[in-house]
Write a protein that binds this ligand. Structure first.
Ligand code: SF4
Length: 57
Protein backbone atom coordinates (compact mmCIF):
# COMPACT_ATOMS: atom_id res chain seq x y z
CA UNK A 1 0.00 0.00 0.00
CA UNK A 2 1.31 3.44 -0.85
CA UNK A 3 2.43 5.37 2.18
CA UNK A 4 4.35 8.49 3.05
CA UNK A 5 7.21 7.51 5.31
CA UNK A 6 8.81 9.31 8.21
CA UNK A 7 12.50 9.85 8.85
CA UNK A 8 13.75 9.70 12.42
CA UNK A 9 16.01 12.76 12.34
CA UNK A 10 17.82 11.64 15.49
CA UNK A 11 18.97 8.49 13.71
CA UNK A 12 19.50 9.88 10.20
CA UNK A 13 23.17 10.46 9.35
CA UNK A 14 22.42 12.32 6.11
CA UNK A 15 24.05 9.69 3.91
CA UNK A 16 21.68 10.43 1.03
CA UNK A 17 20.95 6.82 0.10
CA UNK A 18 17.20 7.44 0.17
CA UNK A 19 17.54 10.62 -1.92
CA UNK A 20 19.73 8.84 -4.48
CA UNK A 21 17.53 5.75 -4.72
CA UNK A 22 14.16 7.51 -4.66
CA UNK A 23 14.75 11.07 -5.85
CA UNK A 24 11.08 11.72 -6.57
CA UNK A 25 10.05 10.87 -2.99
CA UNK A 26 13.03 11.96 -0.85
CA UNK A 27 14.83 15.27 -0.46
CA UNK A 28 17.32 16.69 2.03
CA UNK A 29 15.81 18.96 4.67
CA UNK A 30 17.53 22.17 5.82
CA UNK A 31 19.66 20.18 8.25
CA UNK A 32 20.89 17.79 5.55
CA UNK A 33 18.68 14.96 6.77
CA UNK A 34 16.45 12.83 4.56
CA UNK A 35 12.82 13.81 4.24
CA UNK A 36 9.98 11.94 2.55
CA UNK A 37 7.84 14.36 0.57
CA UNK A 38 5.72 11.94 -1.42
CA UNK A 39 3.92 8.66 -0.93
CA UNK A 40 5.88 5.60 -2.01
CA UNK A 41 4.38 2.43 -3.45
CA UNK A 42 7.08 0.17 -2.02
CA UNK A 43 7.66 1.23 1.60
CA UNK A 44 9.53 -1.92 2.62
CA UNK A 45 12.03 -1.51 -0.21
CA UNK A 46 12.48 2.16 0.62
CA UNK A 47 13.00 1.48 4.32
CA UNK A 48 15.64 -1.15 3.51
CA UNK A 49 17.82 1.43 1.73
CA UNK A 50 18.60 3.27 4.97
CA UNK A 51 21.80 2.02 6.66
CA UNK A 52 20.66 3.18 10.11
CA UNK A 53 16.98 2.19 9.79
CA UNK A 54 15.86 5.78 10.25
CA UNK A 55 12.98 5.41 7.78
CA UNK A 56 9.74 4.14 9.26
CA UNK A 57 5.99 4.23 8.71
S1 SF4 B 1 19.10 6.74 3.86
FE1 SF4 B 1 18.62 6.98 6.06
S2 SF4 B 1 20.47 7.91 6.96
FE2 SF4 B 1 20.60 8.16 4.75
S3 SF4 B 1 19.74 10.23 4.38
FE3 SF4 B 1 18.07 8.72 4.10
S4 SF4 B 1 17.07 8.59 6.10
FE4 SF4 B 1 19.07 9.56 6.42
Amino acid sequence: MAAKLKVNKELCIGCGACVTAFPDAFVFDNDGKGECVKEVANPDEVKSTCPVTAIAD
